[in-house]
Write a protein that binds this ligand. Structure first.
Ligand code: HAM
Length: 417
């Protein structure tokens, strides 16, 4: 029989790897809570139409990468490839805009894209993201970018580059589209197959193409920033002035466009400079999408957000010794003392300590070896004599010392560390 394996590009995360994940998640939660975000949890499965309309049907995601299937009632469903469209669906479904003028949401969870797996690119991957509804910016745009840089900094990821651009909005966007078409049409024959096909419907996609021949043509294309109208320009200037006031480093990248169709005005990416991630160096992508809520049937509502790829952060994370997950390891002198050992472990856990024990009946030596490996600072040895005296042997596994401690004083001794 063939071996059972996880789906290609979808990985298990074993308990030994999880402490690093917890750290990413805890620091993320702590950071976004400081900015007033509340957590939202939406289903991983949504109606396919949400992503087709929300993300755009000429994007790589919708054209090639979605996990779409029919359920028994022949409804087309899709595993979410990203969080933004789902959040907007929930925001509209619960008419949140009627009860609060500005909403600040965050999420952490798995996303699904059928991309070619590589280091930093998977078919199930985790994103941590934020979305803000009801604030047109630009100050909040700068705040969001600063939040990402602050978060990465708290993790020790400081060698990053922040790229910003504005896609403009409304008429300016339409004018730019036309200018780009005028530039691309005479060069159509030199473009990749994908870009030729998308040219008329969505010329901006060509700028985001990974094909070398497209990139050469995109490099000479007219710049978005030259086509901004006065309001778009003022918005972008406001973003820059606020980032300058914060001292947040950034680089204006006029050719930056991203793989999703919903963006308007502010667009940003945070890239890792280290070589570890190769082509997958984009840690975070985000931007404003002032049109999406209206397009999906809601009242016109400005919106902005970002998402960070957690696997990519993990690869960029500086090495550090993981914090121990146990405070103490209970060891019994003889197998007959197993119940006493289990009882002691239970009492210590009730007192809030993280405690494990190995009560399979092995020798003390073997139990102490496990205690050592567990990372716990202390082994608490339960012996016949100590039991009679109402005490235990406390072995400091770091210092290699051993003392007798009254049972009554044990909780405090352990908790004091
Ligand atoms: P995105 O650029 O498609 O944007 O993805 C954001 C981040 O998710 C990427 O920068 C990357 O770190 C990570 N990521 C994307 N695809 C993969 C993959 N196949 N494997 C591993 N990591 C991946 C969005 O998803 C937007 N929803 C961001 C946003 C929120 N814009 C506004 N609000």
């Amino acid at each position: 029989m063939a071996k059972l394996r996880s789906v290609k590009g979808m990985n298990d995360l074993l308990p030994s790897e999880i402490p690093r994940w917890h750290r990413l998640e805890q620091v993320f939660r702590d950071t976004v809570h400081r900015y007033g975000f509340g957590e939202v949890r939406t289903p991983v499965v949504e109606p396919t139409e949400l992503f087709v309309r929300g993300i755009g049907d000429t994007t790589d995601i919708v054209e090639k990468e979605m996990y779409t299937f029919e359920d028994k009632s022949e409804k087309s469903l899709t595993l979410r490839p990203e969080g933004t469209a789902s959040c907007v669906r929930a925001y509209l479904e619960h008419a949140v805009g009627n009860v609060e003028p500005v909403s600040k949401w965050y999420y952490i969870g798995p996303m699904y894209r059928r991309e070619r797996p590589a280091k930093g690119r998977y078919r199930q991957f985790y994103q941590a993201g934020c979305e803000i509804y009801g604030d047109p910016g630009p100050y909040v745009d700068a705040e969001l970018i600063d939040l990402v840089v602050t978060y990465l900094g708290r993790l020790g990821i400081t060698d990053v580059e922040v790229l910003i651009n504005s896609l403009g909005s409304g008429d300016a966007r339409a004018r730019y589209r036309q200018a780009l078409l005028d530039y691309l049409r005479p060069r159509a024959a030199e473009l990749s197959e994908d870009s030729q096909r998308r040219l008329e419907r969505n010329p901006l996609r060509v700028l985001d193409s990974k094909a070398a021949q497209d990139q050469a043509i995109a490099a000479e294309a007219p710049s978005l920033l030259d086509h901004l109208d006065d309001e778009d320009r003022a918005h972008f200037d406001g973003l820059i002035a606020t980032l300058d006031a914060f001292g947040t480093p950034y680089r204006v990248e006029p050719k930056l466009v991203r793989g999703l169709d919903y963006y308007t005005r502010t667009l940003f990416e945070v890239k890792a400079r280290s070589a570890d991630l190769g082509a997958q160096s984009t840690l975070c992508g985000g931007g404003r999408y002032d049109g999406m809520i209206g397009d999906l049937g809601g009242p016109p509502t400005p919106a902005i957000g970002f998402a960070i790829g957690l696997e990519r952060l993990l690869i960029s994370l500086p090495d550090e010794t993981p914090a121990p997950t146990l405070d103490a390891f209970v060891v019994v002198q003889r197998p007959e003392l197993a119940v006493e050992g289990a009882k002691l472990a239970r009492e210590l856990r009730e007192a809030g300590l993280r405690v494990d024990a190995d009560l399979r009946g092995n020798s003390m030596k073997s139990q102490l070896r496990r205690a050592d490996k567990s990372g716990a600072r202390y082994a608490v040895v339960v012996g016949e004599r100590e039991l009679a005296e109402g005490s235990v042997q406390l072995k400091d596994l770091h210092a290699g010392t051993s003392t007798s401690v009254a049972r009554a004083a044990l909780n405090e001794t352990l908790a004091g560390e």
